[in-house]
Ligand binder design. Structure first.
Ligand code: 8YV
Length: 323
């Protein structure tokens, strides 16, 4: 088989890099000094990109430099790092990694929620600092009796809802449409959902349509017992409004896996005792990252051998080969 030239935008798990090297001529962007440094012969040869949410924007600027690009296979279910509309205009297919990480992210979300409300990391620090012998750890708030609001009831949102239903909690959701086949209460916008709940779990896709969906009025509606959990994208929450809301008691606590300017976390959040901060690890187990990487490889192979990607994103589905 010919070995198509692909650009790997950021390092992938080692086994995934090996699988890419086995089937493709894989150009490592981080070793080449960035897109502008690519020699013209390489640019002309590249027909695919293995992208990663960590690797910056894959957009028209890059597409302009790669005249023979056919497919962008993204390592991640979210693909706000890829301008999928601009890609479609050029006939370039975009794929993502749905399905293989839903359970992992949902598990982590439940863990982060419990950690935030029961103050598990703070309790761990308390023991390590030798403070238990002096005074018992202060009692925490409770998860029990809470009204859970899920902002974005896609596959991961549903996996979170199923898990929290097993905790005997009332669940409501907000999304673009009411879903007739789910047993949870529906609210048409983030503010009315927050008004009805005291836990708000953010799991909508990132991008322009959801930027600052959670703003000051939504946080005010969540209320002084309110807990915000964000496992989607930092851009969905107005980070400054969140910091102010945590500082002045508008809401009680937050558990965050994502931030506006990753990997930089605002010093104001780090300084607060009522937040639990994770370094974007929702899908971050060895097994799940391997499954995501395999799906990136399989999408590229399916495209170049059969002209048919496995998991094209919505913006690509009208393109030849994607249906
Ligand atoms: C990242 C994610 O892809 O799937 C997503 O949308 O945010 C993550 O799984 C992962 O952190 C690798 O960059």
């Amino acid at each position: 088989m010919i070995r198509p030239d692909i650009l790997v935008a950021a390092p992938m798990p080692l086994a995934v890099m090996a699988a890419l090297d086995a089937r493709f001529t894989a150009h490592r962007l981080w070793e080449l000094g960035g897109a502008d440094a690519l020699p013209p012969t390489t640019r002309d040869a590249i027909v695919g990109i293995a992208a990663n949410t960590l690797a910056g924007q894959i957009d028209s600027r890059l597409f302009d430099r790669l005249p023979h690009l056919q497919i962008v296979a993204n390592f991640g279910v979210g693909y706000d790092n890829v301008d999928a509309r601009a890609a479609a205009e050029r006939g370039v297919i975009v794929t993502n990694t749905p399905g293989v990480l839903d359970a992992e992210v949902a598990d982590l979300t439940v863990g982060l929620l419990l950690a935030t409300i029961r103050r598990i990391p703070q309790a761990d620090r308390y023991v390590r600092e030798g403070r238990w012998a002096t005074q018992p750890f202060p009692l925490s708030a409770t998860l029990q009796g809470r009204q859970i609001g899920i902002l974005g009831l896609g596959a991961i949102g549903k996996a979170i809802a199923r898990r929290l239903a097993a905790f005997d909690l009332a669940i409501a959701y907000c999304g673009r449409h009411r879903q007739p086949d789910v047993p949870y209460a529906y609210f048409p916008d983030a503010r009315s959902l927050a008004q009805a709940c005291d836990v708000l779990i953010v799991i909508v896709p990132g991008g322009d349509a959801t930027t600052h969906l959670v703003d000051r009025p939504v946080l005010t509606a969540l209320g002084p017992q309110g807990v915000l959990i964000n496992v989607s994208r930092g851009s969905v929450v107005d980070e400054e409004a969140l910091i102010a809301a945590l500082q002045d008691g508008t809401i009680a606590a937050a558990g965050l896996d994502v931030y506006v300017n990753e990997p930089h976390v605002p010093a104001a959040l780090i300084a607060m005792a009522n937040v639990v901060l994770l370094p974007h690890v929702g899908s971050g187990s060895v097994a799940t990252r391997a499954a995501m990487g395999q799906l990136v490889v399989d999408n590229l192979i399916a495209w170049f051998t059969q002209g048919k990607p496995l998991t094209p994103v919505a913006e690509s589905r009208h393109l030849p080969g994607a249906v």
